[in-house]
Write a protein that binds this ligand. Structure first.
Ligand code: BTN
Length: 148
């Protein structure tokens, strides 16, 4: 029995096949930024929450750098293809905290890139020094290719 005339021909409809989906930018994985810092982001759960670790290449302190934990959140309504996100790194080797916010893009070559801005809050021992306690900057992360 032929299908009703209102049904489309198989494979020609409705944007449900993989060819018509926009390229997906996925936060989970290993990333390196323009300073040479590395981070690993774990699975993003159903609420958009994720955890990971950060190995900075540089520090505002003279302390020995150690891998530090990060906690983040991806925007739920932006899960389509290029989500916005934020995460906090609670530095394990200093009294500082950095917050990052950004968006996960797929560039013109199909490569994923995280465009972020950050605020680094350093500890100061007196309120009079508050004015010099915050640094701001940008970081661009690209995915570290897995070694095989
Ligand atoms: C500290 O200096 O107290 C902790 C390390 C801060 C590293 C900063 S966070 C923003 C920038 N991006 C990086 O990958 N590292 C630096």
């Amino acid at each position: 029995v032929p299908p009703p005339a209102t049904l489309p021909a198989p494979g020609l409809c409705c944007g449900t096949n993989s060819q018509s989906l926009p390229p997906q930018c996925v936060l989970t994985g290993r990333w390196i930024n323009d300073l040479g810092s590395n981070m690993t982001i774990g699975a993003v759960n159903g609420k958009g929450d994720f955890a990971g670790s950060y190995h900075t290449a540089v520090s505002a302190t003279t302390n020995e750098i150690q891998v530090s934990p990060l906690q983040g959140s991806q925007h739920r309504t932006n899960q389509k293809s290029q989500p916005t996100f934020g995460f906090t790194v609670n530095w394990s080797f200093s009294d500082s905290v950095t917050v990052f916010t950004g968006q996960c893009f797929v560039d013109e070559e199909g490569k994923e890139v995280l465009k972020t801005m950050w605020l680094l809050r350093s500890y100061v021992d007196n309120i009079k020094n508050d004015w010099k306690a915050t640094r701001v900057g940008i970081n661009i992360f690209t995915r570290l290719q897995s070694q095989k």
